[in-house]
Design a protein around this ligand. Structure first.
Ligand SMILES: Nc1ncnc2c1ncn2[C@@H]1O[C@H](COP(=O)(O)OP(=O)(O)O)[C@@H](O)[C@H]1O
Ligand SMILES: [Mg+2]
Length: 323
């Protein structure tokens, strides 16, 4: 692990038990998260982004059948911690913003109470009055007007965009080393989405931590992230610095995702492209390259699984076409 990296994920496998058999949701996933960086996880729905985010948080669902590999963070393997240690980490060093803020906000408590509770394990030395004052300052910082008064409001009194701002405030009050945002703007309209992404970007410049930003939109990723990992069917197929990945997308899946995002305003009359075919079966995972079935460039060698191959410094793609 080099000293610029904060988290080092090595050979992570996650299986879920289902009535139809074992779902191999993540297979041999390795990724470094740099200090004070913003890393994007992108891929179609079902590619394993949320599973990876939940593994980082130690919040995998109950039907998780097997986890193997390593998530090294601060000299510890997160996968080896007991539930109590993980809970402490979540209140202090790792925080999460979910797609639907109502899953994390409790409808029966005021925001003030929830924002105070969120900080308790981080700042056990502070009293309620001080924690409320910190909460109000953070609400102001995320763009909520009249914050002292809003502390007495309930979650349902806020719009979706405002609730997402509250979630960001709640996460940042813990001063986490890692903030995981799993499709935080998907439920919002595009104007609000752009505001929230801009806010996250500004806040990142001010806080010391790293952000893991999960999105199915390469456009949003390019706006906020320094690094990107492209996921497909439980694998990272390409990863690297944003500039390099966007100027030299080297995995056919990344190229297909980019083609899907051509802005209709740039190409009026053009139909939005979708990638033909669907995700492979994750119970009986096919051998060879996982994208081969849908890949327009497949050839005989694709029956063998390609390892990540270097494209440029820090940039690699798991494709035999990379020279
Ligand atoms: N609790 C679960 N039980 C069984 N399968 C699951 C569970 N959670 C996710 N999966 C499956 O794992 C794969 C990855 O899902 P997910 O991580 O949610 O993808 P993404 O966030 O990229 O949409 C999908 O095939 C999904 O159906
Ligand atoms: Mg998801």
């Amino acid at each position: 692990m080099d000293d610029t990296s904060l988290v080092e994920i090595r050979g992570l496998n996650v299986d879920f038990a289902t009535d139809n058999g074992t779902v191999h949701a993540l297979r041999d996933v390795s990724l470094s998260i740099g200090r004070h960086s913003v890393i994007g996880l992108v891929g179609e729905s079902g590619s394993g982004k949320s599973t990876l985010a939940l593994a980082l948080l130690g919040l995998l669902p109950d039907n998780t059948q097997r986890i193997s590999g390593e998530i090294a963070f601060g000299g510890k393997n997160l996968l080896a911690l007991d539930p109590g240690e993980l809970r402490r980490l979540r209140g202090t060093r790792i925080a999460m913003i979910f797609q639907d803020p109502m899953t994390a906000l409790n409808p029966v408590f005021t925001l003030g109470t929830q924002l105070v509770d969120a900080q308790r394990s981080r700042h056990p030395e502070l009293g309620r009055r001080e924690l409320l004052a910190r909460a109000a300052r953070m609400l102001a910082r995320v763009g909520i007007s009249d914050p002292e008064k809003r502390l007495w409001a309930y979650p349902h009194q806020f719009s979706g965009g405002m609730r997402q701002r509250v979630m960001i405030a709640m996460a940042l009050l813990c001063e986490p080393d890692i903030l995981i945002a799993d499709e935080p703007t998907t439920a919002l309209d595009v104007t609000i989405e752009a505001q929230i992404v801009r806010l996250l970007k500004e806040l990142h410049a001010e806080f010391h931590g790293s952000i893991v930003f999960v999105s199915h939109s390469l456009g949003l990723i390019s706006e906020i992230c320094d690094e990107v990992a492209v996921m497909y069917a439980g694998k990272i197929v390409e990863s690297g610095p944003v500039g390099s990945l966007f100027s030299r997308p080297s995995h056919p899946y990344t190229q297909a995702l980019l083609a899907c995002e051509i802005d209709p305003a740039d190409a009026p009359g053009e139909r939005l492209v979708t990638i033909p075919g669907g995700l492979p079966d994750l119970v009986n995972v096919p051998s060879g390259c996982i994208f081969a079935d849908r890949c327009p460039s497949r050839f005989a060698k694709c029956g063998e699984e390609p390892p990540p191959r270097p494209v440029a410094p820090g940039h690699a793609a798991a494709c035999w076409l990379v020279p």
